[in-house]
Each structure stands twice: as C-alpha cells, then as structure tokens.
Design a binder for this molecule. Structure first.
Ligand code: AMP
Ligand code: MG
Length: 407
C-alpha cells in the first residue's frame, strides 16, 4: 500500500475545517486569544499635550527669544495640571506625563537648568522650540484602527488595547481538545510503573502544544488496549462538546493496535492512515459530525513519543491555527549542513538536529547522532528538524537543506 505524502495529508486534514464561533471576553482573560473583530481606539492618546521630560515648561518672550533666567510661577504634575496661565518669559516646573500649558513653547529638561533661587531658574543650554512636548494624539486618535482581525492578543496588543479604552474583545472560542493515551503498559507520572510498564508522556507534550495555541486541553487519561474500553472512551469524549480528539498509541498494525478499528466502530469517517513520513508513519485522521451538528476532528498519533510530538507539530498545530482562523505557519529556513547525510528513501524525514549561527553569521545545522523515535532526550536537545524530501539524494557537508525551527 502506498503511503500518503505529508503535504497531501495536511491538505486533507485541513479541508472543511472552519474557525470556532466567536465570543466576547474581558481583557483580564483575553491574553493569547485571537481577535475575530478589529480593535479601534475609543479615545485619543495622549489626550492632551504632555511633557516627555522632568524639567520646566517655558514660554518664549514676545520676540520669540528666551531669557537666561526665567521666573517659575507654578507646577504641572502627572494627574494634576497647572491651572494658571503662563506669561511671556515665564516657566513652570513640569514632570513627565504632565499636561503642558497651552502657552508653553518648549520644555527644558531638568539636567540643563540650574535653580538659582526659589522661583528663578537659569537655562544652561539653548532652548529648542517644541522640544519634549508630546502633542495630543501622538500615539493614536479616536476611531483609529489599532489591531486587525486575526491578531493574537499578545502582551503589546493587550497593552495598546487597554490604553485605547478597550476592555473587552470579540475573539474565537478556544477549541476544546480531548487527549487520550492508550496502551496497557502506560501509567501516569505520579504512579509507580509495574515491571513491564512505562510512564505515559505523550499527553503532557500534546497538552502543552494545545495550550500554546490558546486552546483548551482536556486530558482524558489512559485507556487500555481493549476495543470495548477504547470505543467507550471515544464515544464519551465525542459527546462532550469537543472540537478535536487526539489519541496517542495503538495506531500501528500490531495485534494490540486497536485505535483505527475503534474509531471506525464509533462512526468516524477516516480520511487517511499511514503517511510517507519518518517519524510518524502510522498517523491517522478522520472526522465525525455529532448529533448536535458539530464536526469533531480526530487525529490518531503514533505512540512513540518523538513521533507523537513531531506529528503534533506538523498536523495538530496547523489544525489548531485554522480553528483560530489563522494561517498555519511553520518557521522553515535554509541552513548549511555541517555533516554528510545519506540518500533518503520514500518517506519524508524529519531529522532531529541542532542549528547554530557560525562565526561568519551563517545558519548551520548538524543532525543529531541518534534518531530513534522513542528518544525524547534527543528531541529535547534538538532545536530544529532537517526536512529530507522523499528520495532526496545524499547530501554533503556544506549543502543547503531546509530546516523547521523548533525553538
Ligand atoms: P504504539 O503506537 O501503541 O504501538 O506504541 C509505540 C511505542 O510508543 C511503544 O513503545 C509504547 O510503549 C510507546 N507509547 C505509547 N503511548 C505512549 C505514551 N502515551 N507515552 C509514552 N510512550 C508511549
Ligand atoms: Mg500500544
């Protein structure tokens, strides 16, 4: 049976997937969410002409010049403006963020002045007209478009929105992603494994990928290699108003690999199974429309921890992006190989590797020596994956290769 190319599998997975519905969230809960409507300024920033410095706000003499010694007649502080009016050749003490009196023509910073008496200031450097006055509306004006639809509410976006008087947003509902692990040999990290058991790790890595996309991870624990238990867990998960079901393990063709059978029995329409990639060949995907007319995407990942995570980066991450109405994005770059690599077979290879910037500022990449798909320690050391196309010819040190950045 021929294996499905990676790009084709991804296209199939993402076809018919649409963004989740939208909802309104308060700014305190909005971090990391994706805007489904643009954000416009509700007010002007700065709302008044403001001082950019601690110093003195000056008004020139009638002829436009400035005296060397000026009379100080008051003070304007942030939050409390000077209420008088500034005469020719006078000044007030002013602080950063304080309103500048309309008559002021420049700000002289404190460091360029000398206080010679209680109400007399000597200017020790030339005055520059308009200097250090931030005009009203310098940052933005009312009704100005500040953030476009699709923008993630990252730290700067949140701060900008807050400063413009926006305290709630229309965003996409976080996708609900249920995660199941299956295998008789698996226990959770807080349990002591029996003699033939190992600790289940996949759900934690997958859960974190889900959260990094602003989606909600629902860990449904470990299910044994038992068809009845699996079908029960799958149908229960699907009825719990989820958007995505991710199952790791049991994906291959061994006697105890029951996921494909269980999914089919649960009525899931399988789109593909077995991809021309390494790691991750047994990856499968399908979908089901529930009685409530909601489409649930299902991804069955291979159990090997590296396969499981690499497949999540390649398939689950784009799916989560689309559910947020974002374009899937991988950081793919060209890098210079520092070692020879053998010719590739018919599967697209994702080789755990270390990229570096060398002394000549070039991006170089070195494949890690061991590529066993059970070895999380090497995936954790890697900061990139070298992408080797199916049937790629042998590559030599110095050749350009494509890499996908992981960190
Ligand atoms: P399977 O896909 O069930 O054939 O599993 C392939 C390999 O991955 C086996 O060595 C399993 O023990 C291992 N494995 C399966 N599920 C997990 C998991 N959740 N965490 C860590 N290793 C797993
Ligand atoms: Mg298994």
């Amino acid at each position: 049976m021929s294996l499905l190319p990676v790009a084709q599998a991804l296209t199939q997975l993402l076809s018919n997937v649409s963004a989740t519905e939208t909802e309104i969230v308060d700014i305190k809960e909005a971090g990391g969410r994706t805007l489904s409507k643009p954000v416009y300024a509700k007010r002007q920033q700065s709302p008044f002409d403001a001082s950019a410095m601690d110093g003195y706000a000056l008004r020139a003499l009638e002829d436009g010049s400035y005296p060397n010694i000026v009379k100080m007649i008051g003070e304007s502080a942030a939050g409390k403006r000077f209420n008088g009016s500034l005469g020719y050749g006078e000044c007030i003490r002013i602080f950063t963020g304080a309103p500048v009196p309309p008559e002021a023509t420049a700000i002289m910073m404190q460091e360029n002045t000398k206080k010679i008496a209680d109400h007399e200031i000597e200017l020790i450097s030339p005055v520059i007209e308009g200097r250090h006055i931030r005009k009203a509306g310098l940052d933005f004006n009312i009704d100005e478009l500040l953030l476009e639809t699709g923008r993630t509410l990252d730290p700067v976006a949140l701060a900008l929105a807050a400063s413009s008087g926006n305290s709630s947003f229309s965003v996409y509902r976080p996708a609900r992603v249920a995660i199941l692990a299956t295998g008789n040999e698996l226990v959770t990290p807080d349990q002591t494994p029996g003699p033939d058991q190992i600790i289940s790790s996949n759900s934690y890595g997958i859960g974190e990928i889900v959260r990094q996309h602003g989606a909600q991870a629902i860990d449904l624990g470990i299910i044994p290699d038992n068809l009845e238990a699996l079908t029960h867990a799958i149908s229960t998960a699907i009825e719990d108003d989820i958007d995505v079901l991710v199952i790791s393990g049991g994906a291959s063709v061994g006697d105890h690999d029951l996921v494909h059978k269980a999914l089919t029995q649960c009525g899931i329409q399988m789109d593909f199974w077995k991809i021309a990639m390494r790691p991750g060949k047994p990856l499968m995907s399908g979908r089901l429309t529930t009685q409530a007319k909601k489409t649930v995407q299902v991804i069955g990942l291979p159990g090997n921890p590296v396969s499981s995570l690499v497949c999540s980066y390649l398939f689950l991450s784009p799916l989560l992006a689309v559910l947020n109405n974002r374009k899937p994005h991988y950081d793919i770059r060209n890098a210079l190989l520092t070692a020879d690599m053998p010719a590739n077979d018919h599967r697209q290879d994702y080789v755990r590797a270390l990229y570096e910037i060398d002394e000549d500022d070039r991006l170089t990449v070195t494949p890690l020596p061991v590529q066993d798909s059970s070895m999380l320690s090497f995936l954790a050391k890697a900061n990139a994956l070298i992408i080797r196309e199916p049937e790629a010819a042998a590559a030599s040190s110095g050749d350009r290769v494509k890499i996908m950045m992981l960190r």
